[in-house]
Every structure is written in C-alpha cells, then in structure tokens.
Write a new protein. Sequence first.
Length: 425
Amino acid sequence: MRAPRRPAWTATLTWKAAVFIAVMCCALAALLGVLVHVSVAGRTVSDSREKALARLTEVGGLYEAGEPLPRFAGVDPPGLPAPLRALAVRGERGTMVAEHGGRPTMWAAGPADGRALAVRLDYTQGAETIDALDRSILGSSVLAIGATLLVGAFAVTRVTRRLHLTAQVARRISAGDLDARVDDPRTKDPTRPQDEVATVSGALDTMASSLQRKLQSEQRFTADVAHELRTPLTGLSAAAELLPEGRPSELVRDRVRAMRGLTEDLLEISRLDARTETVDLAVHELGPLAERVVRASGTDTEVRVLRDATVETDRRRVERVLGNLVANAHKHGAPPVVVTVDGPVVSVRDHGPGYPGYLLESGPQRFRTESGGKGHGLGLTIAVGQAEVIGAELVFAAAPDGGAEARLRLPEYVRFDAPGPESGE
C-alpha cells in the first residue's frame, strides 16, 4: 500500500522554516522550563526540609524532657509515610513530602526509643508556588513561541517572496522574454550588503543580459548575411538562366534555387526574431485551406476533413506553416503522409522514423543535424515562429503506431449572429 502523498505546501521553505523555528523554540522553552522548575522546586523543598528538621530537633528536646509534644508532632503519628517510619526505626533522620488530610505535607522523623518521633509541616504554599511557576513557564513559553513564529514567518516570507520573484523572472527568460530582469535594489547599490538571494538575482540578471546580447548579435549576423547574399544570388540566378541547356546547367540552377531558398528562410527568421511581423487576419474555412496547401506542394499527400471549422487567421502564414510541415514530412519521413482537419486542429502525419528526441523535448533547433547527416534545417523553426505570430499552438509528437505527427491548433472563429426582425400578428 502506497503511503499518502504529502500536500505540496509542506515542501515550501516557509513551512520548513516555521517547523524548524517551532521545534527549536519548543526545545529551548522545555529546557529552560525544566531548569527553572528543578532549581525553584529544589530550593523550596530544601527550605521546607530545613524547617521541618529544625522543628524535629525542638520536639526531640521536649520528648527527652518528658514534656508534652505539640499537636504537629508525635510518636508514630497516624499518616506518617511507611518509608520514613522505617528510616527512623533504624536510627536515622529524614524528611519526605506526602499527602496528609488532603494537603501536601513535609514530614520529618527521627528515632525515639525504637519508635519514630515525627513532625509535620504544611507544604501547601510551597506546592502552590511550584504550580504557579509551572503555569507561568508554560504561558510565557507559548507566548514566546507564538511571537517567534510570527517574526520568523515574516522574515522568511520576505526572503521567499524575493526567491519567487527570481524564479518568475527566470521562467519569463526561458519563455523568450529576454528583457525580464529581477532588478533587486540590493544589487544596484554596491555599498549595501548583499545576501544570498541578492547574489542569485544579480547573477540571473547578468546572465540574461549576456544571453540577450549574444542572441541579438546572432540575429543581426543572420539578417546581415541574408541581405548580403541576396544581391549576388539574384545576379547568379540570372546568369544561370543564360547557360546552355544540359546537365551541368541544371545542377547549377538547382543549387542556386537551394541557396535562394536558404537565404529567404534566413531573412524570414530574422524578421521573426525581430518580432516586427504584422498579422492580416481574415475568416477562412480550414478544410479548403489545407487542401490548397497540399495541391500547391505538388506532393502525394492525402487530405482528410473529419470536421471542418471556421478560423480567423492569417492565410499566408497558415499556408507557410502547413507547407513546411508537409515538406518536412516528405523529406524526412516516409509515406503515406496524411493531413487531417478535425475542427480547428490540423495534423500532419507521416510514417517514418519519427522526430528525434531533442526536437520532442525542446522543439526544433536551427541547423541541428541528426546522425547520418539528415537535418530538419530551418523549415520547422519557421513553422514554429509563424504559428506563434498568428497565436496558434504547434505541437510535435510521436504517433502512437509509429511515425511523426505535428498538430497545429488555430484560434476558432466564433460567429455572433444578430437576431432577425420579429414578426407580429
């Protein structure tokens, strides 16, 4: 039988700190309480014992003189504890606290002709003093523990709040918001002492700034390279068309087309990275849109429309995403390739080896190649960027019975029909 799972809040730093503070306060209060109780109780009992023995000495003188004994003394008096009586019969003196008449009593006894001469002393006040002290210790301990918990919770909450802010900024950075910063005020002023949280926050801000500069440099490099290649490639393409027909000319034209396609992809990625793209929204039927993409691809791809849907999106960008997915399925997968429309979701499925593990885990990566030299290039990266621009969700998955499957979920158009005129009789 599995043990019940603990609530998630028990794993928080605030909860652990509160438990630690409570345990330490309880242990400290218990230790101090025991020490104070033992000290005061020992002193109270010692004072009562000395008084009882002093009275026993006085009563012993009266007993030896044959004078009458006071009423708090006697020989083998009733109520005398048996252990104390046995001690006196053996010829020794001693004291003992016991109940007598429903009240705490300090007894003192000594030998008297083979019997026990004893005196009793009311111990009620001493017992009440110890009880009152114990209650005071308990009450003050509860108040001290409560106050310490409040102060400790306040201090720990301030720290955890800063940690949560740092974690939130880290998640924003991982989601692509490279402008996010913690901006802890302790890291702004070098004269202020920095704690560990401030150190972590400063390191995160420094890492984000370095990462942002690096990515911006790469984006500028990509855009600059694409722009610089575009002009000579245009001339090279025009020159290739002037070559005489033949196999070498075909190879040159094919390589020029490939380089022009790569250059256009780089330019498109640089525009997506700059986040300057504008969306031309319109209402479209998704089934005919998918069929048009497949016809334009010129590939042997099957289209299945299980349930058509009306979507509000940018047609050109949707065609770009679906075209890249279909081209990738034919290039890196295996037939049959099937495009399925099920409501606002379009899936592109092939029956090849499936997407590599790194792509399923963290998405497509630019110029990432697989073993054997095959790579996904920039097509899937562009598809992800264009899907993000139009507010769609693109998910890469492994099909249940083998192969790769990409699912594009588009925002569905909601039509609000105006009520028609009412007719009256």
